[in-house]
Write a protein that binds this ligand. Structure first.
Ligand code: PLP
Length: 389
């Protein structure tokens, strides 16, 4: 018989993909499905980006690139980082990877082993915990609470650090809650982290420019005191509607950069060349389409929050970032996952139960508003009808 190693039994899932699969089956059987489940923009990648990839292919860029990414692409990331954070980073610290997830994987396998503790947000992106468990390290959830606007509490976070803590994962603006941690709280957190120089930090900033109401994201890069142990995850997937291109970047301190480069050499060699040319065009080209997308998200955000708060037993705080709402559904009398699955089966509205994002997700659901205003309104009507039954 085949003997697979136990670590693979500990790998989890991202339930959003399972919900998408079920919704697709229901749609194929003729059911009218409204998908508020999946975490990807419902926009096409802007044309000038697509054209850059086509040109790269026609120009013969068909081979391997350096494992760290094309220098021109890493330079583009450095320019973009300077523009969004005011911080100068060297292209020698920039790594191009096939999406945001490989940075997560690299950082977690670099620090995770039995006996080590890794802290991660709960509710949070499910892959953090899954990969921590894969390494055999102990996952330590950092509570992210509704009464805090789903921001990190510096005090509560710092209190969880022990001598075994190796890595702490932060994410703002956040999936699944849309929470944005205010600058003052991040400053407090960094002050506290300065007392723990042996703890590495992975800051997932993939939604960095996706904020609303004048909210400004504070990058951990702006704190020189922690730069020598800070990994910043970012990428093209969300901002430029490029989830299928598999393009991410991350910024690594000198002493870790060679390790992630070697991992790339062993695992994927490099990101496909035409995608990297597209990535350069995305950063250097006009941002009108990004602005247009964000204005659409902002309008829908208001529609979603207003609609949710009008539902019986449901309340929803206004998310400040990303493109998710995380309503509190505990007043409906339903368990969140049961409600999500009943809504899909009986009304055709796909969304994700909060427990798929951690134990503190019970009582909540995640709605992605990456869908048309019209569909969002139709979905809200169906949910209302269902809850009133
Ligand atoms: N980080 C967060 C917080 C996300 O929500 C996502 C995607 O859903 C990712 C990382 C992964 O992005 P990618 O599709 O580029 O791997």
């Amino acid at each position: 018989t085949l003997h697979t190693v136990p670590a693979f039994d500990r790998i989890g899932e991202e339930n959003a993909f399972a919900v998408l699969a079920r919704a697709t089956v229901l749609a194929q059987s003729g059911k009218d499905i409204i998908n508020l489940g999946i975490g990807q923009p419902d926009f096409r990648t802007p044309d000038h980006i697509v054209e850059a990839a086509i040109k790269a292919l026609r120009d013969g860029h068909h081979g391997y690139t350096p494992a760290t990414g094309l220098l021109a692409c890493r330079e583009a990331v450095a320019r973009r980082t300077l523009a969004t954070t005011g911080v100068e980073v060297s292209p020698e610290n920039v790594m191009i990877l096939p999406g945001g997830k490989p940075t997560m994987y690299a950082a977690i396998v670099m620090f995770g082993e039995p006996g080590a503790e890794i802290m991660y947000p709960d509710p949070g992106f499910p892959i953090y915990r899954s990969m921590i468990e894969f390494t055999g390290a102990t996952p330590v959830p950092i509570p992210v609470r509704e009464e805090n606007g789903f921001a990190f509490s510096a005090e509560e976070t710092l209190a969880l650090i022990t001598p075994k803590t190796r890595l702490i994962i932060l994410n703002s603006p956040a999936n699944p809650t849309g929470g944005v941690t205010p600058k003052a709280e991040i400053e407090k957190l960094v002050k506290g982290l300065e007392k723990h120089p042996d703890v590495a930090i992975l800051s997932d900033e993939i939604y960095d420019v996706m904020t609303y109401d004048g909210e400004v994201h504070t990058s951990l890069l702006t704190f020189p005191s922690i730069r020598d142990r800070l990994i910043v995850l970012n990428g093209w997937s969300k901002t430029w509607a490029m989830t299928g291109w598999r393009m991410g970047w991350s910024i690594w301190p000198d002493r870790l950069y060679n390790l992630v480069r070697k991992l790339a050499v062993n695992c994927w060699s490099c990101v496909n060349a035409p995608s990297q040319y597209a990535g350069i065009a995305a950063i250097d080209g006009p941002q009108d389409d990004v602005d247009k997308m964000m204005r659409a998200f902002d309008r829908r955000r208001k529609v979603v929050v207003e609609g949710l708060n009008a539902l019986p037993g449901v309340s929803c705080i206004t998310p400040k970032g990303a493109f998710y709402a995380f309503p509190n559904v505990s007043g409906t009398g339903w368990k969140a996952k049961k409600l999500a699955s009943a809504l899909l089966e009986e009304t055709g509205v796909a969304l994700i139960g909060g427990p798929d994002f951690g134990v503190l997700g019970e009582g909540y659901m995640r709605l992605s508003y990456a869908n048309s205003e019209e569909n969002i309104l139709r979905a809200l009507e169906r949910i209302e009808e269902f809850l009133k039954r």
